[in-house]
Each structure stands twice: as C-alpha cells, then as structure tokens.
Write a protein that binds this ligand. Structure first.
Ligand code: ADP
Length: 448
C-alpha cells in the first residue's frame, strides 16, 4: 500500500480523498493555488505545496508543478479527483513516466472515452445500447441534413470532445439544423479546441441513469447499482439519487450485467461510470466517465462501500474483496449540490461566508470545505458542498432531506439551498416523476 498520496484537486473532493487516505493510514500532500492558501483541504492534509497563482491553468492544471510537488514530498501516487486533470490521458501517462502511480483508469481508456464518437462506437461493439445517431463525426451541413432526416427530428448536435453540456444544440426541424451545427461547432472549438461534432436523436422525456463500476487488475468488475441524475439545469446535475425511482429490480440487474460484461471485455481498471438515457424502458448509452464522480456518495450510502478507498486499493494492485452477490442495496440516498450561485438565475455568487451551520444526525453527510469566514474564490467551480442524506426508503430519505436543508445555514452568499427547499416539497419530486427536462420547465414556471 502507498505511504503517501498527493491529492491534485481542491475543495470538497480534496477533503473527501484526504479522509479516505487518513482512514487507510496513508499520509497526504495537498496542492493549492495562492487563492486557496487558507482552504480546508490544505489545513487537513499532512503537507501542502503551493503550485501557482489563482488561475487553474497555472495551478491545478499545471502538470510540471504537480509532478514537482510529488517529487519534493516523495508522494508515490496521485489522486486527481474529478474535473481538472482527472480525465487527461496525457497527464496519466506523464505521472507513470515519473514512476508515480495514477489513481485512475489506464490512459488508453481515458483517451477512448474522452472522444465521445470513438467511445460510442467502442461500447456498441461491446454490447451496450447507444442513442440512434450518426455513425461517427458529420462532415458538411448537407451530409448532416441527410443523416438528420434518417434519424428523424428533433436531433441533438453534440461535440466529440464534449463535457459539462457544452457544444450541445437541439434542432427541432430541418430549418434549424444549420444554425445548431454552426453554434455547436463554434462552442466546441472554443471550449475544447476541437470542432468535431456528431448527431443523436434528441430524446424528449428520458431520465439520466448511470451505473457505477469498480474494476481491479485481476479482471473482476462489479457494479454498485445506478444513480438517477435527471434533475439538471443546462445539462448540469443538481440533485442525484440512488436507486432510481424509475427502475425495477429486473431492469437494474439487466443494465448492471450489460455494463460489467462490456467493461470486463474492455479490460477496464479502477472506478468509472457508464451514463445512459432511459426512456420507455430502454437504455441508451451517452458517455462514460473514467473517474470518480461528484455524485459518488449516494452509491456509497446505499452500498456501504467507500469508493475512494477502493480506487486507492485497486491502484496499489489490490483485489476487490467482495463479489457482485455481496453488494446489497440498502435504503435510498439523495445528494443536493450546494453551489455558490443564485438559486434561480444561477449567477455565481463568490464572497465571504459570514455564517455556517452544517446539518447532522443519522443518515446525514455534508461533504464540504467551507467554514464561517471562508471566502469562496471566484476562480473555480461554484460547488461548495454536497448534502447527502440516506434513509430506509425514499420517503424517509425525503423527510430527512427536508429537515437537513432546513438546518443547513450558509450566510453571506447566495446558494442553491432555497431551490432544494422548494423541490423537496414538490409533488412531482415526491412521486419521483421527473425527467431530464423537468427542472428547466420548473424554473421557467417559477420565475427563473
Ligand atoms: P457532457 O459530456 O457534456 O456532460 P453528455 O453526453 O453526458 O454530455 O450529456 C449531458 C446531458 O445532456 C444528459 O444528461 C442529458 O440531459 C442531455 N442529453 C445528452 N444526450 C441527449 C439526447 N440524445 N437527447 C436528449 N438529451 C440528451
């Protein structure tokens, strides 16, 4: 097992990884920008190294500085968390070239899944159902029109290099397609430096269902059930639950088998998530994330498995010590993403937190690096905490979430808490009756 791990991230996920390390008796190195010198992830790690100015490109994305921090401190492995360098195949290779272990999948799988067109083709050949769409990248607008007519409108134009919902445009009818292609290409070019795009059938009322997997270097692949992340705004998840209120036991078992069989054939290693849209009883692959996800705690709550601990054990060459049949889904869990944003306009709201009180009690987990007096910097993602609640069943979980949200105080800045306080009382949410476009409609109807 490793003696020292460097955590190449910040905020709540750096704390989350630090916690797993501590419980495994591993010492930790935090890295930070000058803007994060006072941050909790720096204070709680055993050692810390300042790697650059506030701008992420010069700090949390600065590969030479991170490698140097590893060498200075003698860290043997790097956990990249999510975002930043976590899905950068070249980074994973550089880490390995320096004799350091990358806690994550093999670079070739990171690269494969990072190209959404190649990923779709690969998983299709492994037996995973995909959304009907173009066979690869589309060339001219004329070609796109022909393919779109075959798929049938509405169609979705998506960026091959996509992520975070960027470079995605809907065309409802043939006349809209040229504009959607041009805007998706421009957005993809500026966000990813790659304007390759492809077409997919636009699904009108699907749910977003994703399957969490773990795979070790001995060929064992297990899944931890699914998460339902259908409550999204601009393709960004806000509320995630496990298990999905929309799946029955047979559907859960069947998609779990499809995913574990495919990843066994692929020779996948580490933690990963296979994402699907689910409509009228059918699953359609959209992408695979080759990393730890923000919403992983809901799966931890219902399975009792510490996913970060497993990632570290697997990276150190350990075997997964349980079988699929040992994984029992118990109760229900919901996560709310507490963002430093206006709850209805979603304008970022950096600034000083003047008051803070975390909720507690049975089944309540609050993953966050904030404290009273903490200044939320304007340079990074607006996620400042995750409230994760677990109950014996969905009803108990919802009641617990309601009271936990009412206990949670974050003063001095705007947060998404008031939105969740409304959602947890909404009849559709209470019935589990929602899809990926539900929240946008709700926000439009409630004055957003
Ligand atoms: P990204 O990598 O940018 O997150 P994804 O392919 O994971 O892109 O899609 C993000 C979200 O966009 C999905 O959760 C869903 O809400 C929406 N989406 C993606 N593909 C489709 C589709 N074919 N039809 C309708 N919505 C879609």
């Amino acid at each position: 097992m490793f003696e020292k791990i460097l955590i190449a991230n910040r905020g709540e996920i750096a704390l989350r990884i630090n916690r797993a390390c501590k419980e495994m008796g591993i010492s930790t190195v935090a890295v930070h920008s000058t803007a994060d010198a006072e941050a909790m992830h720096v204070r709680l790690a055993d050692e810390s190294v300042c790697i650059g100015p506030p701008s992420a490109t010069q700090s949390y994305l600065n590969i030479p500085q991170i490698i140097a921090a590893c060498e200075i401190t003698g860290a043997e492995a790097i956990h990249p968390g999510y975002g930043f360098l976590s899905e950068n195949a070249r980074f994973a290779e550089i880490v390995a070239e320096h004799g350091i272990t990358f806690i994550g999948p093999r670079p070739e799988h990171i690269r494969l899944m990072g190209d959404k067109i190649a990923a779709k083709q690969a998983v299709k050949s492994l037996g995973i159902p995909t959304v009907p769409g173009s066979d690869g990248a589309v060339g001219s607008d004329r070609d796109a029109q022909i393919i779109a007519a075959e798929i049938g409108f509405p169609v979705l134009v998506k960026a091959a290099a996509g992520g975070g919902g960027r470079g995605m445009k809907v065309a409802r009818k043939p006349e809209d397609l040229s504009f959607a292609l041009a805007t998706a290409r421009a957005e993809a070019k500026s966000a990813f430096g790659d304007d390759a795009i492809y077409l997919e059938k636009y699904l009108e009322r699907p749910r977003h269902i994703e399957v969490q997997v773990l795979a070790d270097s001995f060929g064992k692949v297990v899944h931890l059930g699914e998460r339902d992340c259908s409550l999204q705004r601009r393709h960004q998840k806000l509320w995630e639950e496990a298990p999905s209120p929309a799946l029955n036991e047979a559907q859960r078992e069947s998609i779990g088998k499809v995913v574990t069989n495919a990843l066994t054939k692929l020779g996948y290693l580490g933690a990963g998530t296979v994402e699907f849209l689910f409509e009228d009883g059918a699953f359609y692959f959209i992408e695979m994330n080759t990393r730890l996800q923000v919403e992983h705690p809901v799966s931890e709550a219902i399975t009792g498995i510490d996913i970060v601990r497993e990632q570290i054990r697997i990276a150190a060459g350990g075997a997964i010590e349980f079988d699929q049949s040992d994984i029992v889904i118990s109760g229900h869990a919901i996560e709310c993403r507490i963002n430093a944003e206006n709850p209805f306009t979603f304008q970022p709201s950096p600034g000083t937190i003047t008051q803070f009180h975390a909720p507690g009690g049975l089944g309540v987990r609050f993953d966050s690096g904030i404290y009273s007096g903490y200044r939320v910097p304007p340079y990074y993602d607006s996620l400042i905490g995750k409230l994760v609640v677990h109950g014996k069943n969905r009803n108990e979980c919802l009641m617990r979430l309601r009271r936990s949200l009412d206990e949670l105080v974050v003063g001095g800045i705007d947060t998404t808490i008031p939105l969740f306080q409304q959602l947890v009382r909404d009849p559709d949410i209470l019935n589990g009756d929602y899809h990926i476009h539900w929240l946008e409609h709700y926000l439009a109807a409630h004055g957003a």
